[in-house]
Write a protein that binds this ligand. Structure first.
Ligand code: PEP
Ligand code: MG
Length: 539
């Protein structure tokens, strides 16, 4: 049964495996979006009120917390009383910025300064500043004055959730995500898998009532106000899941994965530098995909060259000699970015997204290319363009990149053109793969399947049709892999198929020997390759 109730149990579809047991937290997907700005006076008044409200909240928290927590909170109160800082923000509103944008960008600057400080104490204070920044932004955006921090094990429940809203939630206490609609192939599902947050979609109507929830990302169920017996069964399942993960993790330490005597390279996908903190990331053969558009989320302004360079450099330093493939911004589609993507497209997935958008906004693209060209001299960097349809686009991107490198070098700044590849995710690119003079190809099976099967990847109603093992999708994957073999150019696959054990035999049979998966899937994929090599099934 899908999307319906069985007693207090609701069944949906699995988007991310795992278990969460805690209070149900209802979230309005729209909350936390952009604020509708008023006049200068209204914006200044709104900021004044938000600061007063935040001060009151923090003072209350400090009074009840006591000890070290109170000291931390006092630091936040002191910042709210820092007249120089506050004046700077009011001046920014005076220049026409909405209150939330003015507040956020000024605080972001402060956070960057604290982060850059040599003093460890000051560096540590930057997270307090971020906390304060978010508290005031949430108040200004009418989000009941509280940033959404999930109580331990809490299950967030929403109709659907944009990726930006997912990123605004503090998942540090664990928890899970239950969506009434949504799709397992959406970007928010991808983020949940990357973070190891259990997620079930298409649960249908759920009553507002229900204090405690059991979310089973494996069985795709949500249980509200469970009985003691239901909790016992749930905890047993959670424990057996933990044990099977532990046995898969033991395989991670083995040096290489191989299948029929051939080495299989297993790399990881990351959204942000923080994703490298995943305990299993260290066992990867490198980074197969860094989705840089997530650097653009949650900021009122696009990150400048230095901020981007620092992020790319941090990833390269982490990787050492291992290869790092960074993808240029793939904004658009279901990842709109204010100030970058075009509004009002009738069909954004077929619109100006990925490389098309970057070529249409060369002033924004050039900043990223400069940061990448500077990072290229620091490690084993490869850069790839997303959503490429024609060879001309690749060449236009290459030319911009080469110009950027030339200008940097002329200014005496260390920079170089890295190896340049493309994502194969538009059917035209897969069919005409030999027309691209790329140094490598990476198959984006999420979009490739969406476009081949004519199924919007974020539309849950189409999920049953959205089968990446459809012969048409596999045919294009095989052709791309075959071209790579003949031309001596590496071909990897970095879509979600690579992290799905059920898809592994087909991918290996298509000739792929390089896969990039979320760090949370690395252990299971390595274990599955191991089983397939020894004649077993996918397990
Ligand atoms: C893909 O399309 O398969 C891919 C890896 O890119 P994204 O999921 O970010 O669109
Ligand atoms: Mg894609």
């Amino acid at each position: 049964m899908q999307g319906g109730a069985a007693g207090s149990a609701y069944r949906g579809r699995t988007a991310s495996i795992g278990f969460a047991h805690g209070p149900l937290v209802r979230v309005d997907a729209g909350a936390g979006g952009e604020r509708v700005a008023g006049t200068l006076v209204e914006e200044a008044l709104a900021l004044r009120k938000a600061i007063d409200l935040a001060s009151g909240q923090i003072a209350d928290l400090a009074a009840s917390a006591g000890g070290e927590a109170a000291q931390i909170l006092e630091f936040q109160v002191a910042l709210l009383e820092d007249e120089d800082l506050i004046e700077q923000i009011f001046a920014s509103i005076g220049e026409g910025r909405p209150a939330d944008v003015a507040w956020r960008s000024t605080l972001d600057e402060q956070i960057a300064e604290y982060n850059a400080a040599a003093d460890e104490y000051l560096q540590a204070r930057s997270s307090d500043l971020a906390d304060l920044r978010d508290r005031v932004v949430h108040i200004l955006r009418g989000d009941e004055g509280e940033p959404l921090k999930i109580p331990s094990g809490g299950v967030v429940c929403a109709d659907d959730l944009p990726p930006s809203r997912f990123l605004e939630i503090d998942w540090s206490g664990g928890g899970g995500l239950a969506l009434l609609h949504g799709s397992p192939t959406s970007h928010v599902a991808m983020l949940a898998r990357a973070r190891g947050i259990p997620m079930v979609v298409q649960l249908g109507a759920i009553p507002d009532a229900g204090a405690t929830a059991l979310l089973d990302g494996e069985g795709a169920t949500l249980e509200l106000d469970p009985s003691a017996e239901q909790v016992r069964i749930f905890e047993k399942r959670r424990e057996s899941h933990r044990k099977s993960r532990a046995s898969a993790r033991a395989i991670l330490r083995r040096p290489t994965a191989s299948w029929r005597g051939e080495h299989i390279k297993l790399l990881i996908n990351i959204q942000r530098v923080d994703d490298l903190e995943h305990a299993d990331a260290q066992y990867a053969d490198g980074i197969g995909l860094m989705r840089t558009e997530f650097l653009l989320a949650g900021h009122s302004e696009l990150p400048d060259e230095e901020t981007q360079f620092q992020a790319y450099d941090a990833v390269l330093r982490w990787a050492g000699q291992r290869p790092v493939t960074i993808r240029t911004f793939d904004a658009g589609g279901d990842k709109p970015v204010p100030g970058f993507t075009f509004d009002g497209e009738a069909n954004p997935f077929l619109g100006v997204r990925g490389l098309r958008l970057c070529l249409a906004r060369p002033e924004i693209f050039a900043v990223q290319l400069r940061a990448l060209a500077r990072a290229a001299v620091r490690g084993n960097l490869k850069v790839m363009f997303p959503m490429v349809t024609s060879a001309d686009e690749l060449e236009a991107g290459r030319k911009l990149f080469a110009d950027v490198v030339q200008r940097l070098q002329a200014d005496g700044i260390a920079a170089m053109l890295p190896e340049l590849g493309i994502m194969v995710e538009v059917p035209a690119a897969a069919l005409a793969v030999s027309s691209f003079k790329a140094s490598f190809f990476s198959i984006g099976s999420n979009d490739l399947a969406q476009y081949v099967l004519a199924c919007d990847r974020s539309n849950g109603a189409l999920a049953p049709l959205m089968d990446p093992l459809h012969p048409a999708v596999l045919e294009l994957i095989s052709r791309t892999a075959e071209h790579g073999r003949r031309a001596g150019v590496s071909v990897s696959l970095c879509g979600d198929m690579a992290g799905d054990p059920r898809c592994l035999p087909a991918l290996l049979n298509c000739g792929l020997r390089e896969l990039s998966v979320n760090a949370s899937a690395l252990a299971q994929i390595k274990q599955t390759i191991d089983r397939l090599s020894s004649g077993g099934g996918v397990g």
